[in-house]
Design a protein around this ligand. Structure first.
Ligand code: ATP
Length: 961
């Protein structure tokens, strides 16, 4: 039953009204280019559920066909019972009509389906050699999305590299370069400067016209003199009108230049900040960053205004006045003028310099005050629920008071500056007039002209002082601004396109990892006995290695694959957010194309961290040691000194230092390419993430869903909402799809937000689906429905899941159990249950909790509850024991006694394993067995038991070692 792509996904045209509502934050080039998906395909047969021949689709496709009822053959468990959500990892169920409908439009590779007749390229026939289900690479819908967005939001010209410092000598050339880059506006710049020169010349000529009038009248009130005086007044009028018009014309000419530059700077700064890495964003408070950007942009406008309309004209004016005075009254007068000006500038610069520190303090306090306010506003609910509004207002007020105090200091300095400037000008003016009088018998017009010129000069000088202060403030603001522009991302972009298919010749030696994992899982019990992995661990290892969906598929590059999925490999990955605390320790795991892998483990074991490395929010430690560490020994010493991380060298040794199990350098590989070399746009466009905590934009619910693929039509948005089981909920809202979700989506419930994230993933139609506790906020019924949707979404792609509720991932091809940053178990659900280690313990504990009504939505099928994990001391009291040694008896009865108490404890099973292991000093495997036994026993008894007796359980466990 092959479904041909016949649906069309009409792309939104440029300039559509809806398009204008796309979130502006993505208008930078890189964020939008993130929708590129090279290597996608647009036409041919789909491998959707039930949609391909077994030969073409590989094992998952075969399972799908083999399981028309929707039950997974591998698990043998029913799906869809209220308390037993199906796993997204399963491949079995047939699609409901809605899913099938969207699957036509949204293919797993992100392509939009056949578009013939809609102006889109026609579907290409399959030719990839994988059979009828294969797909031909062609332009993906992400490329189309990127093109549409690029057409809708044209790119803005690049900025020159930011200046080295915020000093005037660096900033002025930078601003000049910026202005000159606006070539189409160059005439405006020239016109503005011409206007400025004309205005100044006309202004300087005014006293000359006035002098003529006065001199004419002073020569006697004859008709000739009167006529000459009237002509002089006429000239005065003309000059003044010219001055006024030219002065007022400056701004309209220049404003577009300064606006274009500030817009370009704002655009690129915003794009730059969005491109910076997660570490930058987590280390800085949002309020502070936004204030720095805001002030920086404003400062650029202030600087332009100051330079073009104040400093430059004042310089011109000063030179012209000095020349006129020197010509009329001799060089000594010009010297007095120069000395006055020098004193004025000297005083201004000295005091302003002194006030710069005060200004920096004002800026810092302003940042702090804004950050505090923004924090409180963002966390409004928490503030309110903890009744802490008084506290928040008090803290805000404290910052305000500090800010006010600092501002007061700058005001005092400002008053001192103004007073000094005024005194210097007054003395200078008097000195000039005195010098003119001293020269003897000046004409009345001379005095009038001199005072006119000086007043003309003094007025801008007054402003000059004020502008200089503004300039200094602007430079202080720009220092931080340019610092952000100079910051480079710790996640530099790569230049290698994401290959369509996994690169050949890479065989993942998962057997080594699996054997090591199994040995680690055995802990004291298995490994200490004879120093060799136990029989069961070896069998697990070999079964893992032989898993058709793991290594065997990768070993042969020509093997049929579920071609749309990405191949993900973590090779001996070590990582910590800070050098002193290592989180992941030599983790190796693999997701074959089309395979689904779940990562489970106790809280804080590093599950989400793995996802962050795959999506390249962070980079792995190169060579297994923190970046910058000279060698592992040095790091080790540092770590030991801080009492934090364990010895890195041990980790390196245990995981095969220097290269991963495949001989590759440690790292994360997608389709065989180290993610650090991949183009970030390619990487991110191939992935959809359903995060633990979904933050939404202050937009309508429709636009929030559309965020998954900005060119999606309304119909596609609705279809995605249906698949995410959100459509009916949306319709019940007052404004339906136009309902505004509020700040960060706080008007929606946690489950609704998660469903928006899932709907986005449906729209995105990724090659790798990543779900980090994607359904943690949902009730069991909704979870079951969503799981079916996720299952459909995951079909034909690769999928990586992180989950606490094991029932949601039990049908994944493989499950990786993580503890303290190490893989301790790996295999399918059945294999891990067979192993009887930590996974089995965790499963049993969750089953017990559900049975006892302590927890909702875990393992719920009765069949599951009865299913005892196989392993030492597990099961119904028969104590199969590790290696079949039959260690039953006192240990089991002890566990049975303590079981209810343990089962009543909160927290995941793995935490309980740690507790028991720690409390009794027993091996983890024994502790795991005790926990599992406890959980099994708890299913049969009432949970209401007092005081947890961990030591009893531990004692029981110790007898099994
Ligand atoms: N940005 C960060 N900076 C510093 N430490 C971090 C950061 N993010 C996570 N951690 C730490 O890394 C450890 C692993 O975190 P991670 O989120 O991977 O755990 P997890 O296994 O997913 O846990 P959970 O199941 O509770 O979500 C935790 O101890 C956490 O405190």
């Amino acid at each position: 039953m092959t479904t041909l792509r016949g649906g069309a996904m009409p792309l939104r045209t440029t300039g559509s009204s809806r398009g204008s509502r796309l979130m502006p934050i993505s208008s930078s080039l890189r964020p939008f280019s993130a929708y590129l998906l090279p290597g996608g395909s647009s036409g041919s047969a789909t491998s959707g559920a039930g949609g391909c021949a077994p030969a073409a689709c590989g094992s998952a496709g075969a399972r799908a066909l083999a399981s028309p009822s929707g039950r997974l053959l591998s698990s043998g468990l029913g799906l869809g019972t209220r308390l037993h959500p199906p796993s997204p990892c399963s491949r079995g169920p047939l699609r409901p009509p809605a899913a099938a409908a969207l699957s036509v439009a949204l293919q797993p590779d992100g392509s939009s389906g056949a578009a013939a007749g809609k102006g889109q390229p026609a579907a290409k026939p399959a030719h990839n050699g994988t059979g009828a289900g294969g797909r031909a690479p062609s332009a993906s819908s992400y490329a189309t999305v990127a093109a549409t967005v690029a057409a809708q939001y044209p790119a803005v010209a690049e900025l020159p590299p930011p200046p080295k410092s915020g000093q005037l000598s660096d900033v002025v050339p930078y601003l000049l370069k910026l202005a000159l880059q606006e070539q189409h506006l160059a005439w405006r710049l020239a016109a503005a400067i011409c206007c400025m020169i004309v205005a100044k010349m006309a202004g300087i000529s005014l006293p000359l016209a006035f002098k003529s009038a006065v001199d004419s009248l002073a020569s006697g009130l004859t008709p000739v003199a009167l006529t000459a005086a009237l002509w002089a007044v006429g000239r005065y009028c003309l000059l003044d009108c010219t001055r006024v018009v030219a002065k007022e014309a400056q701004s309209p000419f220049f404003a577009p230049v300064s606006q274009a530059v500030t817009r370009r700077v704002a655009y690129h700064t915003f794009a730059h900040v969005l491109d910076l890495d997660t570490r930058f964003h987590l280390d800085r408070r949002t309020g502070r960053v936004s204030r720095i950007l805001e002030r920086g942009n404003r400062s650029i406008a202030v600087l332009y205004r100051a330079l073009v309309f104040t400093f430059l004209p004042t310089g011109i004016e000063l030179g012209a006045v000095a020349c006129l005075l020197a010509g009329a009254f001799g060089a000594s007068l010009a010297a007095i003028l120069g000395a006055t000006f020098a004193a004025y500038v000297g005083w201004t610069v000295a005091v302003t310099q002194y006030s710069t520190d005060a200004r920096k303090e004002v800026v810092a306090l302003d940042n702090l005050t804004s950050s505090k306010a923004v924090d409180a506003l963002l966390n409004y609910e928490t503030v309110t629920l903890f009744n802490n509004s008084r506290l928040e207002v008090g803290l805000y007020d404290k910052h305000l008071r500090d800010f006010q105090q600092a501002t007061l200091n700058t005001e005092k300095l400002s008053a001192t500056l103004n007073a000094g400037q005024g005194l210097i000008l007054a003395v200078g003016m008097s000195a000039i007039l005195a010098a003119i009088i001293q020269r003897g018998s000046p004409a009345p017009g001379d005095l009038v002209m001199a005072s006119g010129l000086i007043v003309q000069l003094w007025a801008p000088l007054q402003y000059l002082g004020w502008f200089y202060r503004e300039l200094r403030s602007a430079l202080v603001d720009m220092e931080e601004f340019f610092q952000i522009l100079r910051t480079t991302s710790n996640i530099p972009d790569g230049d290698t396109p994401l290959p369509d298919r996994p690169l050949p010749a890479f065989a993942f030696a998962s057997s080594r990892a699996a054997a090591a994992a199994a040995a680690a899982a055995n802990g004291n019990c298995a490994a200490s006995a004879n120093g060799a992995p136990s029989a069961s661990s070896l069998s697990h290892a070999s079964s893992s290695a032989a898993s058709p969906s793991s290594s065997s598929a990768a070993a042969s590059p020509s093997a049929p694959r579920e071609a749309q999925g990405l191949q993900v490999e973590l090779v001996d990955v070590s990582f910590g957010y800070v050098p002193e605390r290592q989180i992941l320790r030599g983790v190796s795991l693999r997701v074959a194309p089309g395979e689904s892998v779940a990562v489970v483990g106790s809280s804080g074991s590093g599950k989400s961290t793995i996802l962050k490395l795959v999506t390249r929010l962070y980079d792995v430690w190169p060579d297994g040691v923190p970046p910058g560490a000279a060698n592992a020994g040095a790091v080790e010493a540092g770590a030991a000194a801080k009492g934090g991380a364990e010895a890195h060298a041990d980790d390196r040794a245990s995981s095969g230092a220097g290269a991963g199990p495949s001989g590759r350098a440690p790292g994360v590989y997608l389709n065989g390419v180290d993610v650090r070399r991949l183009k970030l746009a390619d990487l991110r466009s191939a992935i959809a993430v359903v995060p633990q905590d979904t933050a939404l934009n202050y937009e309508s619910i429709k636009e929030n869903i559309r965020y998954g693929r900005p060119d999606a039509t309304d119909a596609e948005v609705e279809e995605a909402a249906r698949l995410a089981r959100l459509h009916d909920t949306i319709l019940s809202m007052q404004d339906g799809y136009d309902t505004i979700v509020g700040e960060r989506g706080l008007k929606l419930s946690g489950g609704e937000k998660q469903r928006v994230a899932i709907a986005r993933a449906f729209l995105r139609s990724p090659r790798l689906l990543i779900c980090d506790e994607a359904t943690s906020a949902l009730d069991s019924a909704t979870e079951a429905a969503i799981m079916r949707s996720l299952e459909e979404l995951a079909a034909g792609r690769s999928a990586l899941f992180v989950a606490h509720r094991l029932s949601t991932v039990r049908n994944c091809d493989r499950i990786v159990v993580l503890r303290e940053g190490r893989v301790v178990e790996e295999g399918s659900h059945d294999q891990l249950m067979e192993l009887g280690g930590e996974y089995a313990a965790m499963w049993a504990l969750q089953a017990a909790k559900v049975a006892a009504g302590v927890e909702d939505g875990g393992v719920t099928d009765e069949e599951d509850l009865c299913e005892p994990p196989h392993g030492p001391g597990l099961g119904s009291g028969h104590g199969s024991g590790h290696g079949g040694s039959g260690q039953s008896g006192p240990g089991l009865s002890g566990a049975a006694v303590a079981a209810p108490a343990l089962a009543s404890r909160d927290g995941g099973a793995l935490d309980s394993v740690d507790d028991v292991s720690g409390a009794g000093g027993v091996g983890r495997r024994a502790a795991a067995a005790a926990v599992a036994a406890a959980a099994s026993a708890a299913a049969a008894v009432t949970v209401a038991v007092n005081a947890p007796a961990l030591t009893e359980v531990a004692a029981a466990a110790s007898t099994w070692q």
